[in-house]
Design a protein around this ligand. Sequence first.
Ligand code: B12
Ligand SMILES: Nc1nc2c(ncn2[C@@H]2O[C@H](COP(=O)(O)OP(=O)(O)O)[C@@H](O)[C@H]2O)c(=O)[nH]1
Ligand SMILES: [Mg+2]
Length: 463
Amino acid sequence: MNFTLKNKVRIVTAASLFDGHDAAINIMRRIMQAKGAEVIHLGHNRSAADIVDCAIQEDAQGIAITSYQGGHVEFFKYIFDLLKEKNCSHIKIFGGGGGTILPTEIEELHQYGICRIYSPDDGRKMGLEGMIEDVVKQCDFSTIDNLQLANINETLQKKDEKTIAQLITAAENGKSINLQINKSTIPVLGITGTGGAGKSSVTDEIVRRFLNRFSDKTIAVISVDPSKKKTGGALLGDRIRMNSIHNPRAYMRSLATRDSEVALSAHVQEAIDVCKAAAFDFVILESAGVGQSDASILEYVNVSLYVMTPEYGAASQLEKINMLDYADVIAINKFDKAGALDSLHDVKKQYKRNHNLFTAKDEDLPIVGTIASQFNDTGVNQLFELLVDAVEKKCSVDWGRTDTHHEKNTATKSQIIPPARVRYLAEIAETIERYDDWAKEQTDIATKMYQLNGAINIMNSKH
Ligand code: B12
Ligand SMILES: Nc1nc2c(ncn2[C@@H]2O[C@H](COP(=O)(O)OP(=O)(O)O)[C@@H](O)[C@H]2O)c(=O)[nH]1
Ligand SMILES: [Mg+2]
């Protein structure tokens, strides 16, 4: 890298709506990460509103999009208009779409205010690295220079997303701001576990159920992912799993650890405090993947959830997991994997040992198998009930639950095609083949009858 960034640069990347061409943006975002940027990647097929809302909530300096399916002029202009409408014109827009974006269209978009659309010619002249350096350098500015601190608590309580986001950035930059916080009444749930266990997928399912169940309540999610020690860059990928946060009652912010040794950012507490000052009813903190001994999330949260999978190796490994001592609730996610029931049994046994609960009934332990990737999973439903119970009990809040039924079933894999019907396509083909054979048989008979009839007629006519 032949340049140093003055500011932490955060860029939202995505492929445009109805567009599955994500190879190009994946190349671009990896180079951005290597240049030290924190990239919030949204993947493909993303709407202008998704991208703009994300950029504001994440306090990004830039948006970088690829568009190959046409409609790019309208798409880029609409993003520009939405940013303007939300008073966030400082967020710069970059893009590309190879030869599908004509030079005249590039000119039109630049005139409109899009920062830069890169053509294949630009690629030839500047190279991939040159283009990305150009993007990253143009995003190297502070977003918090004009942060209005007068009446900050009132603005926060209106849940102004730009202000919330910029206050979290201020905290990350070491600026302390005096906020009014009612700490005692806003519960914080910590979700931790090994990388890839499904923490973000479980978080998304909890947010969905929370928003559905409590129609007047608001929620904030703070998600931490690791920074690369070598480059300082980070892929903040949790947001790609979050489908339920596109709701006016939800806010999400991704944080990079900015220090690859730890599972949490040093500024997690301040980020939680900003969300509390903004009077969200519930805050969820998702840690970056942790090792067996890590339990650092406990310092920041009232209730904790440990997410693991059936693939932890041998049962003796469970003895090393610190969170089995401390977590209020444990989810064995990916319960669709082989050996899931065995691991549920093993984890329950270990939990009883850790907590000296040798006489407790298995079904009373706060351990549940979940399949977060499955719609309306019974295990996740049960998990949600356990978490609401734990929050109400530990934080003395009354969320006024109307529906208090407790599901006891651990996740069961619901098959889209039941076992008895797995051959259904073959059965349809066989039925059609049988019908075709029968129809051919019938036509042969009819043909023979017709021929015999004809022969009879000929014989008769000779008489
Ligand atoms: C690879 C590819 C695919 C792959 C995509 C793999 C993937 N996961 O991305 C596959 C085979 C799956 C595919 C499928 C389809 N494709 Co296709 N595909 C392409 C192809 C060959 C290359 C696109 C690409 O990634 N280029 C690599 C990038 C890095 O280079 P570039 O595009 O030249 O971009 C330059 C600059 O613009 C700049 N740049 C680009 N983006 C960005 C972003 C930033 C931030 C920056 C800084 C710079 C930058 O970098 C490059 C530097 O030189 C193009 C044709 C072509 N030769 O361009 C067709 C093309 C885009 N596909 C096309 C079509 C029609 C389709 C399909 C609809 C085909 C079909 N009927 O099924 C599907 C749709 C897929 C979907 N779900 O959306 C058409 C689009 C036509 C149009 N818009 O009018 C094209 C143009 C082919 C054609 N001539 O018909 N496709
Ligand atoms: N088979 C299976 N895959 C899952 C399940 N939950 C999540 N996943 C997948 O596991 C991968 C990692 O999930 P993610 O939520 O990002 O994990 P995190 O790193 O712990 O936050 C993704 O590809 C998810 O789609 C599940 O219950 N079953
Ligand atoms: Mg995650």
